[in-house]
Design a protein around this ligand. Structure first.
Ligand SMILES: *Cc1c(COP(=O)(O)O)cnc(C)c1O
Length: 368
C-alpha cells in the first residue's frame, strides 16, 4: 500500500522508487551485493582517522590537500580536480549543473542504477540506450541518440552491473562524433580493477586539451576500500568543475574522508596489490561459472553478471538461502561482487545448483 505524501512534492520526484540498498548480510552470510572491498582497512588508514581531530570544526570546504595530491598524481592543476562525498555526489552535481527540464541525458541501459534518479531529480529526461547483446555500451547508438536537447552523456566503464569495458578506440570514435560542447561524464568507478590494456583510461590517455568536454569520475569507495567514508573525485576542465562546485551541498566532504583518502594514496602500492588479488579472484570466478554453463559477460570490475531473466528473483533467493547476499535486478540479472576468498566456493556451489534450471538461452548462450 502506498501512503499519500502529506505535502505537495514534484510529481517526477514522488514517482521515484525509494532508495534500496543491498541487503545487510547476516553474521554467517557473505555480503556480495554492493561491490564493496572485502578487505579490512589498512592500519595506516585507521590511524589517519584517529589523527583527524576537531570534529567541532567544519572541514576544509575545498579539500585542498587532496586536490593538490591528486593533481600531482595525474598531472593536472588542483582546480581541475573536484572532491565529492562519493563520486555519485559529483555526478548529481554535474546533472544539476548541466541538465534541467526539457533537456536530455543519454546513458547506456542497463547501467548504474543511480543514473535515472539523478537525471530525473535534475528535472531532465533520461534517454536510455540498450546495451549490445554482449552487455557492452553501444556507443554508435548512443551517439545517434544525441539531439539538440542533449546536455550530457554518461559512459560507464567497466559497466556496472554487467562488467565489460569501453575501449579507448571506441571512446575516441564516439567523441569524434558528438558535439564538442556536450558534457561527457566518463564514470570509471572500477578503473583500478581493469586488466584489459585496450580499455579507455580517462586519466592516462585522454588529451584533455582535445576534449575539454570530458569529465572523469573516480572513487575511493571500491578499489581503495573507503565506501563507508564517502569520498570520490572528478578530473576535468576547471570551468565545468566550477559548475559542479556551485551545485554541491557545501562541506559534505569531511576531514576524516580527506585524511583517509590521503593515507590511502600513501599506501597505494599495498592497496593495489589487494586489487590485483580481487581481479584474479574475479577471473577465476567468471571462468568457473562459464565452465558450469553460465553466459557471463566479460567481467572487468569487481563483480560478475548472471543473466537470469524472468527467474532473477527466484535465483537471488537461492543465493540468499545459501548464505550469499547478491544484487538482483528483477527480470534481468544478478550482480555478484567478488568478495572474500571463501565466498568464491560458496557462490560456485549455489550457482551450480541453479544453472541447470535456467530457461533456454540464459546459460551457454554463446553456444547458439
Ligand atoms: C560505486 C559506483 C560509483 C561511486 O560510488 P561512490 O561511493 O559514491 O563514490 C559510481 N559509479 C558507479 C558505476 C559505481 O558502481
Amino acid at each position: 500500500m502506498t501512503e499519500d505524501v502529506p505535502v505537495r512534492i514534484r510529481p517526477e520526484i514522488a514517482a521515484l522508487p525509494p532508495y534500496r540498498q543491498g541487503k545487510q548480510a547476516g553474521a554467517d552470510a557473505f555480503k556480495l551485493s554492493s561491490n564493496e572491498n572485502p578487505y579490512e582497512p589498512l592500519p595506516a588508514v585507521v590511524e589517519s582517522l584517529r589523527r583527524t581531530v576537531g570534529v567541532n570544526r567544519y572541514p576544509d570546504a575545498t579539500a585542498a590537500r587532496l586536490r593538490q595530491r591528486l593533481g600531482e598524481r595525474f598531472g593536472v592543476q588542483p582546480d581541475e580536480v573536484h572532491i565529492g562525498a562519493g563520486s555519485v555526489s559529483i555526478l548529481s552535481q554535474l546533472m544539476l549543473a548541466a541538465a534541467g527540464p526539457g533537456d536530455e541525458v543519454v546513458y547506456a541501459w542497463r547501467s548504474f542504477e543511480a543514473y535515472p534518479g539523478l537525471v530525473l531529480i535534475a528535472g531532465a529526461t533520461p534517454v536510455e540506450v540498450p546495451l549490445t547483446a554482449d552487455a557492452r555500451h553501444d556507443l554508435d547508438a548512443m551517439a545517434a541518440a544525441v539531439t539538440e536537447r542533449t546536455r550530457a552523456v554518461i559512459v560507464c566503464s567497466p559497466n556496472n552491473p554487467t562488467g565489460p569495458i569501453v575501449t579507448q578506440a571506441e571512446f575516441d570514435t564516439f567523441l569524434a562524433k558528438i558535439p564538442r560542447d556536450l558534457l561527457v561524464v566518463l564514470d570509471e568507478a572500477y578503473a583500478e580493477f581493469v586488466t584489459d590494456p585496450g580499455a579507455v583510461d580517462g586519466l592516462v590517455k585522454l588529451g584533455r586539451d582535445d576534449h575539454p568536454n570530458v569529465v572523469v569520475l573516480r572513487t575511493f569507495s571500491k578499489a581503495y576500500g573507503l565506501a563507508g567514508l564517502r569520498v570520490g573525485y572528478a578530473i576535468g576542465h576547471r570551468r565545468i568543475l566550477d559548475a559542479a562546485r556551485a551545485t554541491a551541498v557545501p562541506l559534505s566532504v569531511t576531514a576524516q574522508s580527506e585524511e583517509a583518502a590521503l593515507a590511502s594514496l600513501d599506501a597505494e602500492a599495498e592497496l593495489l596489490a589487494r586489487v590485483r588479488t580481487i581481479g584474479e579472484r574475479r577471473d577465476r570466478l567468471a571462468a568457473a561459472l562459464r565452465a558450469q554453463g553460465w553466459d557471463i559477460p566479460v567481467a572487468q570490475g569487481n563483480f560478475v553478471w548472471l543473466r537470469t531473466g524472468a527467474q532473477t528473483m527466484d535465483v537471488a533467493a537461492r543465493f540468499e538461502e545459501g548464505g550469499c547476499i547478491v544484487r538482483p535486478f528483477a527480470g534481468d540479472g544478478i550482480r555478484i561482487s567478488v568478495g572474500e576468498e571463501e565466498s568464491v566456493d560458496r557462490v560456485l556451489r549455489i550457482a551450480q545448483t541453479v544453472v541447470g534450471g535456467l530457461a533456454e538461452g540464459r546459460a551457454g548462450g554463446r553456444l547458439a
